[in-house]
Design a protein around this ligand. Structure first.
Ligand code: SAH
Length: 360
């Protein structure tokens, strides 16, 4: 039975499911979910991420992390956590670059948070032989709160489930997934959502306006911020999304073979994600007690921490790859490419008042 047929059968047995539940099953079902079973990332997959565009991305992030560690007096026993490490490329580039600070690497504990066993295996392959103490967990948990926490998440939060509410004459009704003759479709819950689900200040929406929340994302961001605020460390979240308060349109999207697809059409086969609401993540970071920097754009962030200078250095050393390096830089920071749509947010302990890459 296809994953779509299984979801339809589940809905027939139990009633409509939230968009969040649909996303979770479509992305992570162990047998037929997207991440455990598809070649998601890369030219042959469905999308390309910044670390796959160029090693310069991971190098700059590696330097940023080492700088944040040094700025806090080089705390002992740091832990480096990556959320959703994909093919392991970003972590490989970070660890290679962090060799500039052998004391950082010396007693570093590296933890990869990865739900998909297939992706875990790919990451282990990539990172074998790097000589660092590595382990894997399917989920972030509070056991990771006992050391200074240096954390990076690139294109992770967009994969976390969102709930959607639609403004109607009756109030805000949750958008659900239902099934008809084996096909999946959206339908509104007949009863409006309790007031607490929809934050104050959102009443101005037109009829049909959609409001999205990602409780899984904000809870995780708050937990990370709380650890960084109390134990030290720094967190860097990069993703596509909006920096200001969100509008009233939905952002759930499906992508297959580098093209957009219908979100409900082929669960397990297509990637599904939603724009990250950086204003909510920033607010969660403050609730957790951290100093919050940004959101700024990926273009500004990478330019501020010197990616152009790094490209010039590489071009001098390898003039024959100048054209490729220029293309990569344009892709990462160009306003019509990843530079503007992608945002960056950082957390640090409350004593830290400025942070590389962010305007003071
Ligand atoms: N950071 C990588 C990959 C981004 S794709 C890069 O930039 O290339 C998203 C990654 O997060 C994949 O590795 C996917 O398997 C993992 N993932 C998605 N949802 C997850 C969840 N809820 N918990 C843990 N890992 C998840």
């Amino acid at each position: 039975m296809s994953l779509k047929a299984r979801i339809a059968a589940l809905i027939e047995a139990q009633g409509p499911m939230s968009v969040a539940q649909f996303m979770t099953i479509a992305l992570l079902d162990p047998k037929e979910g997207y991440y455990p079973n598809r070649e998601a990332i890369g030219a042959a997959g469905d999308f390309i991420t910044a670390p796959e565009v160029s090693q310069m991305f991971g190098e700059m992030i590696g330097l940023w992390l080492v700088q944040a560690w040094a700025d806090q007096g080089c705390p002992k026993n740091p832990r480096l956590v990556e959320l959703g490490p994909g093919r392991g490329t970003l972590m490989a580039d970070i660890l290679r670059t962090a060799a500039v600070a052998p004391e950082f690497l010396a007693d570093l504990d590296v933890v990869m948070i990865e739900a998909s066993p297939a992706m875990q295996a790919q990451q282990a392959d990539k990172l074998r032989g790097l000589g660092t103490d590595l382990s894997w967990q399917a989920q972030f948990d509070d056991h990771l709160g006992d050391r200074p926490l240096f954390l990076v998440a690139n294109e992770f939060f967009d994969a976390l489930p969102v709930r959607q509410y639609v403004k109607t004459e009756r109030g805000w009704c949750e958008r659900m997934v239902t099934a008809l003759d084996g096909e999946l479709q959206f339908a509104l819950a007949p009863v409006p959502a309790p007031k607490a689900s929809v934050p104050a200040g959102r009443e101005a929406a037109p009829d049909g306006g959609v409001f999205e929340t990602s409780p899984a994302s904000t809870a995780l961001a708050e937990e990370i911020a709380r650890i960084i605020a109390t134990k030290g460390g720094a967190g860097l979240i990069l993703d596509y999304g909006y920096g200001e308060a969100a509008g009233f349109s939905e952002t759930l999207q499906a992508v297959s073979g580098h093209r957009f697809a219908e979100a409900l059409y082929d669960p397990g086969h297509d990637d599904i994600s939603a724009h990250v609401d950086f204003a909510s993540l920033a607010a969660a970071g403050k609730r957790g007690g951290a100093s919050v920097f940004g959101p700024t754009t990926q273009g500004m962030f990478l330019a501020n921490i010197g990616i152009t200078e790094r490209a010039e250095q590489l071009m001098k050393a390898n003039p024959e790859s100048s054209r490729d390096l220029l293309t990569a830089i344009e892709r990462l920071i160009g306003n019509d490419q990843m530079g503007q749509l992608f945002k960056v947010l950082a957390f640090a302990p409350p004593s830290i008042t400025d942070m590389a890459g962010f305007a003071p």
